[in-house]
Structures are given as C-alpha cells and as structure tokens.
Design a protein around this ligand. Structure first.
Ligand code: NAD
Length: 486
C-alpha cells in the first residue's frame, strides 16, 4: 500500500514541499500519511497567491456574491461529509458520533451562518449635527484586511479552521491556513471543496508544518500578511504576538483555559452531573472550553462526587467506529506525556485520583495508541499545579466551597478567563453569578451551547479580542469612515 501524501494547497494547486513528516493515528500509533512540509518559499508563494486573488475578480465580488459562494461551500461540505468525517477521525481518533455531530456539521454551519451574516450586515452611519447648524453624514465602509494568516490547533481541526476562514472570506479577504501538524488532512480536503464550490484560486491556501523554524513561523513573519487569527496555546499566542509586532499587524487570539464549574446546593444534581460529565470529558477533555476545576457546595459535595465518578467509570474507550465508544485517545504520545505528568503532580501535591489516574489496559491492537483513563481528583488544594495549569485532558479536580462569594472568588482566581459554567436552581443566582465570572463565556445550567452570532473568546491568558457575529466582521475588516458635509 502506498502511503498517502498530504500536500500544500497554493493558488488552487496542490504542491509538494521538500521534506515530509509522518501523520500518526493516535488510536494505534500507525502512520496514516506523510505530510509535505512547506518551506519559506512555499509559504511566501501562498501569501503571493492570496495577494494575487485579492487583485483579481475576488477583490470586486459583492457581499452577496461572496455569500453565494459560501453557501455552495456549505453544500459541498455536506455532500463530502463522509470524506471529511474520515479525515477528521483518522487524524484525531475521536468517536464517530462526536466528529459527525460536532466537527463536520459545524464546518458547514460556519459557512452558511457567516454567509447569512454578511448578506444582511449593515454599515455604521451617523447623522452629525453641530451647534451652528452644519450637518454631516458619516458612514464607515468596511474593507477586507487583505491576506489573513489563520493558524489553528488539532483538537477540533475543521470546526476551528472554518470558524475563522468563513468570516474572513465573507469579509472579502484571502487566507493562508496553517493547520496543526497533528491534523493536516481536513484542511487539505477543504482545498478540493473550495475549488469544487467555485471559490477563485488563491482565496484559500493551506501550508503544512510546525511552529518555530517551520511553516507557522514563516507565515507569521511573511511580508504581505495583513492580519493573524490564531487558536492555540497561550504561550504560542505570545510568540505570535511578537512576530506580529514589528509591522503592527492586528491579531485575534483564542487561547488556553482553566475553566471552572460552580455547583450550588440548589442545583438539579442529576442535570448538573450529566452536564459536567460532558464538560469534563468531551473529546477526551481536549476542548478549550472543557471544565478542569469543579467547585461544589459542601452539602452536596459527596453526592456530586459520587455521581461524577459513576459517570466517568461508564465512559467507554475504544475505536472511533465501534458502537458504544464514547471516548477516544489523546492526540499524541507527546501530549499524553504532558497529561501523565499532571497525574504525577496531582499525587505529589496531595490529590487522590478517585477515578482513573493511569494508562488503561487496551487490547494489543490499540496498545500503541495515546490512551489515558478519564480522571477525577479530590483533595487537591485550589492553588496546586493541576488546579492552576491547563492540562487539556480528561481530568478535573473537585473542591468543596461554602458561600457564593467564595465560589466566585475561587473560579475567578486564575490567569485564564475563557469559560465557566454555573449550576443552580435559582435563576436569580444564575444571572448574578453568571455575570460575575471573569470569562469570555459563562453558561448557566448548560455547557457548550453556542450561537455563532454571540461573542466568543477569552480574557487574560485566554485571548485577545472576540470573534462571532459582528465581532468577526469587525476583526476581518478595516473601516474607512467617509464624512460628507451636507
Ligand atoms: P499550539 O499553540 O501548540 O499550536 C497551535 C497552532 O500553532 C499549530 O498549528 C502549531 O503548529 C502552531 N504554532 C506553534 N508554534 C508556533 C509559532 N511559533 N509560530 C506560529 N505558529 C505556531 O496549540 P495546540 O497544542 O495545537 O492546541 C491546544 C491549545 O489550543 C490549548 O491550549 C487549548 O486551550 C487551545 N485552544 C483554544 C481555543 C479557544 O477557542 N480559546 C480553542 C481550541 C484550542
């Protein structure tokens, strides 16, 4: 069997780079494909292709014409759903149902939702009146930024990529995408889909490789990049910010988190336990919004802990297409080493793994996969490292609290500020505590319910700026205010 080659996509053509690296299946450690790494020349060609596209017919498309292409892209994603599903599952090892319901469906929705938004977007305008009777009309024309670099991680590869590419294209930009080295396949397949849907060549380009000294760094430092949108680790965000600084290019960052959940004694415990199980373990804990800190009001602490432990034990680790599989592997052996280091730290720092805390015994054909058991800790101090640092695995620490103020203080006592969830039967408390969360997103009695028009992003180490709805339209455009003396 010949190994599949994943190539760069530049100006509508698939291009090979000089060196290749292995794309490993985290389920069993097998090599799925070889990825063609983009050198600086290929990255510069991609940026050049994007610039050329902006100078061509794409630069003159009306908002409605862009929306029409985007609707065709959304349709084509639906038509090629199974190809994208296979790509996403191969690269990540996630259960089929999750890839189907979350990843691939959202990719199509990202395009159709932003097509609707751009087709109906207005412009800011003000009628200005001066004391001496003069009047003026101000209106802000929104123009594309130009060439946007889109750098994304491996946890929800297609969802996160399209979440940025769709609004960027809606606003008339051309993009150069750098998917994660762990998950190169769906971004490449999307190149074919873009062509099939009639997107002009050069509007969507893909370069493969790593960060420092590779395609990521080459892209963020390339001449001709007009803005950078990035999702990934906070420390990578600060490196990219330094790369963007010399030319003062705008950045939009969706970074790490250490998300808290607050469970009050008046909560519907069954609902809270089911919701927390999702929020801790979805995608093997590898969602930036996942909960890793759970603060539980003391009278219900034991009951919630027992409920969560029972649910965690019922999760089924296995192959993505096996019926009943709820939980896949971590993305890589390297990432598993990081998660395992927190298993050790938790033990050293006084925690007890009431569930998990080790590598599971998997059948021989899966033994080389990156598996860990869903893990819950009790006994950890609020300021211990597993409770302060992002683990990005199927883990959470469970800590009791007494008062509402204490719970809010504990939840907000973090350098991060991405998401929180509040579980309570008291609606007044839900509004009050939900609003006091120092996070970009705060859920009450739910988790990961998204409206693509609402602001998405984080505060502190969790990011800069917000995307979603008009926030995205603002980031991906540069306004020129025209003032007419009436
Ligand atoms: P990462 O920062 O290691 O990598 C993300 C992307 O950046 C990859 O494509 C990588 O190749 C590239 N990169 C790395 N170094 C670079 C450099 N110096 N210059 C340019 N590009 C570089 O993150 P990851 O491990 O892929 O993803 C996990 C992280 O992403 C977690 O911290 C998670 O919380 C975060 N995340 C955040 C959100 C959000 O919306 N806030 C969503 C998903 C994931």
């Amino acid at each position: 069997m010949t190994t599949q080659l994943i190539r760069n996509f530049v100006g509508g053509e698939f291009l090979e780079g000089g060196t290749g690296f292995d794309n490993v299946n985290p389920v069993d450690g097998s090599v799925l494909s070889v990825v063609s790494e983009a050198d600086r020349g290929i990255v510069n060609s991609a940026v050049g292709a994007a610039q050329k596209a902006l100078e061509g017919p794409w630069g003159r498309y009306t908002a409605n014409q862009r929306a029409a292409v985007m609707r065709r892209i959304a349709e084509r994603i639906e038509e090629r759903f199974d190809d994208l599903l296979a790509a996403e599952i191969g690269d990540t090892g996630k259960p089929e149902a999750l890839a189907r319901d979350l990843d691939v469906s959202r990719a199509s929705l990202n395009f159709s939702a932003f097509a609707d938004m751009i087709a109906t977007a207005g412009v800011d305008s003000y009628l200005t009146e001066f004391p001496d009777g003069r009047r003026a009309l101000n209106y802000a024309l929104r123009k594309p930024l130009g060439v946007v670099a889109v750098i994304v991680p491996w946890n929800l590869p297609l969802l996160l990529l399209t979440w940025k590419v769709a609004p960027a294209i809606a606003c008339g930009n051309a993009v150069v995408v750098k998917p994660s080295e762990e998950t190169p396949t769906s971004a490449t397949l999307l190149g074919e889909i873009m062509k099939e849907a009639g997107l002009p060549d050069g509007v969507y380009n893909v370069v493969h490789g790593f960060g420092a000294g590779s395609a990521g760094e080459f892209l963020t430092t390339a001449d001709g990049v007009d803005g950078i949108t990035f999702t990934g680790e906070s420390s990578t965000g600060s490196t990219i910010m330094r790369a963007a600084a010399p030319k003062v290019r705008p950045v939009s960052f969706e970074l790490g988190g250490k998300n808290a959940a607050l469970v009050f004694a008046d909560a519907n415990i069954e609902q809270a336990v089911a919701g927390l199980t999702r929020s801790i373990f979805t995608n093997t804990g590898q969602v930036c919004l996942c909960t890793e800190r759970v603060y539980i009001q003391r009278p219900i602490f034991d009951e919630v802990v027992a409920g969560l432990a029972e649910h965690a034990k019922s999760l089924v680790l296995g192959k993505p297409f096996d019926k009943g599989t709820t939980t896949g592997p971590l993305i890589s052996q390297k990432h598993r080493d990081k998660v395992l280091s927190y298993f050790e730290k938790a033990e050293v720092e006084g925690g007890t793994a009431i569930v998990g805390g080790r590598i599971p015994d998997m059948p021989a054909d899966l033994a080389q996969g990156s598996w860990v058991l869903p893990t819950l800790w009790t006994g950890l101090a609020h300021n211990s490292s597993p409770m302060r640092e992002e683990v990005f695995g199927p883990v959470a620490g469970l800590i009791p609290f007494d008062t509402e103020d204490e719970a809010v203080r504990l939840a907000n006592d973090t350098q991060y500020g991405l998401a929180a969830s509040v579980w309570t039967g008291n609606l007044e408390r839900g509004h009050r505590v939900g609003g006091r969360m120092r996070t970009g997103i705060s859920w009450v009695n739910t988790w990961y319910m998204r409206d693509l028009r609402s602001p998405f992003g984080g505060t502190g180490l969790s990011g800069i700026g917000r995307e979603g709805g008009t926030n995205s339209l603002h980031f991906y455009t540069d306004p020129t205010n025209v003032c007419i003396n009436l």
